[in-house]
Ligand binder design. Sequence first.
Ligand SMILES: Cc1ncc(COP(=O)(O)O)c(C=O)c1O
Length: 372
Amino acid sequence: MKIPLLDLKAQYETIRHEIEPVLKDIIESQYFIMGPQVKECENAVAGYSKCSHGVGVSSGTDALLIALMAEGVGPGDEVITTDYSFFGTAGSIARLGARPVFVDIDPVTFNINPGLISAKINAHTKAIIPVHLFGQMADMDSVMKFASKHNLVVIEDAAQAIGAELDGRRAGSMGHYGCFSFFPSKNLGCFGDGGMVVTKDAARAEKLAVLRNHGSKPKYYHKIVGGNFRLDTLQAAVVQAKLRHLDDWTAGRQQNAQGYDRLFTKSGLVEKNMVKLPQVRTSRHIFNQYVIRVSRRDELLNYLKAQNIGAEVYYPVPMHLQECFACLGYKNGDFPESEKAAKETLALPIYSELNSVQAQHIVDAISRFYST
Ligand SMILES: Cc1ncc(COP(=O)(O)O)c(C=O)c1O
């Protein structure tokens, strides 16, 4: 049995009949840049995220970049963020000439440890970027408390967390900005690169919209320097069509997560401490990834690959140990929880089309590995 980490073809088969006519219409219209579907998609995603404004952009990374640009973040500024995330989070800060200031994670949720934030705040601190890793929201109440006390901007990196909730509050709606990625492997993925910034603040939304189009307003007049960060019409149409299915797909992922929890517990691997299960600490975890902690992680990964089972390490190198950030002066041991997570975590297939036979096959393979 071959089980990929993600089976986008299986998903596409269920929506092909809805998406293809829409794409054909756009191709016929040849309206590829800022067609009406972009605004419709912005309204739909903003509404879904309980925000009043959405600005479609070219990727999740550019969503973060443009939010930082809108706040004028640049050389001399510091931005606090988690040490354990996809590179785009810290990379966006560094690209603007600002300094990423890393904070270790809570070992239970893998998200920024709020208890460690205040020690990092100083006169140069401009913003905080909490990341809602794997589909579970960070402790936003604590983040917002520090931010308002020190007058800092909060940019939620919700690339992996569209639709996640913390006591009924949606990912992207609690900070000043929420940034989404529509990278194909995300829960709401398009057919290429895409992203969006959501906000409840009309003035911020207006600035984002100008920045994404070279800072042009009116056309060919530039008061500020922006870039080409536009979301394609075709991608906006895909996002809009897929959004209608997102809650069902999320429910499928949540059921699969519960299924794994039961199978791993039954296998005895949890009791023997071979496998630690993901812990849900928010009211709606959307399981962009189902990430277990294991011993002998790299050996297990190779074993699963040999068995044709897709698995992946998110992420093998914490941000403070990335070569490009050597200039920041961090060293091994600075963030023990993040370093430990980088050695122990393993993501298993969790897409909604995964069935119980496949899940059992995966858990059986892991049991076999630990019995040898
Ligand atoms: C946490 C996080 N932040 C940012 C990004 C960047 O998104 P994109 O790949 O759309 O640029 C991603 C996606 O890969 C992500 O997972």
